[in-house]
Design a protein around this ligand. Structure first.
Ligand SMILES: *Cc1c(COP(=O)(O)O)cnc(C)c1O
Length: 373
């Protein structure tokens, strides 16, 4: 081969490190020859989707040779009713990752700047780089968004600000007044995307956690994104959405792939939204699990970032790599946070009661080895 294909990459993509997802349970099972592995590494809801969703998917009725409804009108109507907004304010995506990218692609060019926090969700970085726009990365303050510094960083070239609330991997959040006064200070032609992938967990764990859709009427430059991947237990089907001013939704709907949400995902999300009782069960399980895990960290004398999501990052006060490896040997997959600049932390997703127990047992065993060194 004489041509250097890598040299053809656009400047934003040439410098982009590839995304490294957490290890799957099957991978760990195979690599380490283990039979029972639990995965608490990617903030999935292991309780899974509502039985009604599974029944609806099993009952079939799909004409799989046909394209899905390209406008997703039935799901959009259900989401609009759920939020008390109009269907014209909704943009559906192949996961909320998709809508995060649509937000960027519909308004940002390589001449623009995009602001987000250090250690924020990696997709903001991917979306910004793939367009060739300039990322303006704001250092965190106490591991949370430094909103004042973000405001200071706004320039004539700023088009978009991404805020994950709560943030992943720290789980820290910004409160109602903080968010409102931030939005009030951002110029109207700068779009603010508030990523609420963990909304239902967060709302249950914190009274001061803002539902940013409450502010949509006052701020036409606001976009709220939500996901069916976390509390609704549908990560494998890939479906999420944005709620925004209808004019912005119109732009985002123009750039999306015509059939970006598949037939199964459209149906599953609609049924999932109807089964709020299942959602409440998942949220209650998470509240309980959060208490169990943080109480155990306290007993072990470990610090952690107070989190209102379905994960918690805890501090081993020593390089976490060996502990991560030893946990793998015990059949428990958690998430190292080296690439987030947190080499002494591990992030664990809150699981079902039995999974939390297995995790804590393993941590107990492993820490007895490592901490007594
Ligand atoms: C998990 C997560 C999402 C969800 O992405 P999907 O594409 O909807 O699965 C979005 N934002 C953050 C910060 C997350 O941690």
């Amino acid at each position: 081969m004489t041509i250097d294909i890598a040299a053809l990459a656009t400047p934003g993509i040439a410098t982009l490190p590839p995304y490294r997802p957490g290890k799957s349970a099957e991978e760990v099972q195979r690599e380490l020859g283990l039979t029972n592995v639990i995965k608490l590494a990617s903030n999935e809801n292991s309780l899974g989707p509502s039985k009604k969703v599974l029944d609806a998917l099993a009952s079939g009725g799909f004409d799989l040779c046909r394209y899905p409804d390209g406008s997703g009108s039935s799901l959009k109507r259900a989401i609009a009713d759920y939020h008390g907004v109009s269907p014209g304010q909704i943009t559906l995506g192949n996961g909320s990752n998709d809508v995060l990218e649509l937000a960027a692609r519909s308004i940002v060019t390589s001449a623009h700047e995009v602001i987000y926090s250090e250690n924020a969700f990696i997709v903001y970085h991917l979306a910004t780089h793939s367009i060739g726009a300039t990322p303006v990365v704001i250092p965190t303050r106490d591991q949370s968004h430094d909103l004042a510094a973000m405001l200071d960083a706004i320039s004539g070239r700023t088009r978009l600000i991404f805020i994950d609330n709560p943030g992943n991997p720290t789980g820290r959040w910004i409160g109602k007044d903080q968010l409102r006064s931030f939005l009030a200070s951002v110029p109207e032609d700068v779009i603010v995307v508030v990523d609420e992938a963990y909304y239902d967990y967060a709302a249950s764990l914190c009274d001061d956690y803002p539902n940013s859709t409450d502010y949509l009427a006052d701020f036409p430059n606001l976009v709220t994104t939500r996901s069916f991947s976390k509390a609704y237990g549908l990560a494998g089907l890939r479906v999420g959405y944005a709620i925004s001013h209808p004019d912005l939704a119109d732009l985002m709907n123009r750039v999306r792939q015509p059939f970006n949400v598949n037939s199964l995902a459209l149906l599953a999300a609609e049924v999932a939204l109807e089964d709020q009782e299942h959602l409440r069960r998942c949220v209650a399980m998470n509240e309980q699990g959060m208490q169990t895990l943080t109480a155990a960290f306290a007993d072990l004398g470990m610090e952690w970032f107070e989190s209102i999501a379905n994960f918690v990052s805890f501090d081993l006060a020593r390089p976490a790599g060996p502990v991560y490896q030893a946990m793998l040997q015990e059949g428990v997959v958690v998430r190292p946070l080296v690439e987030y600049g947190l080499p002494n932390h591990l992030r664990v997703t809150i699981g079902q009661e039995y999974e939390n127990a297995i995790f804590l047992n393993a941590l107990d065993k492993v820490s007895a080895t490592y901490f007594s060194l």
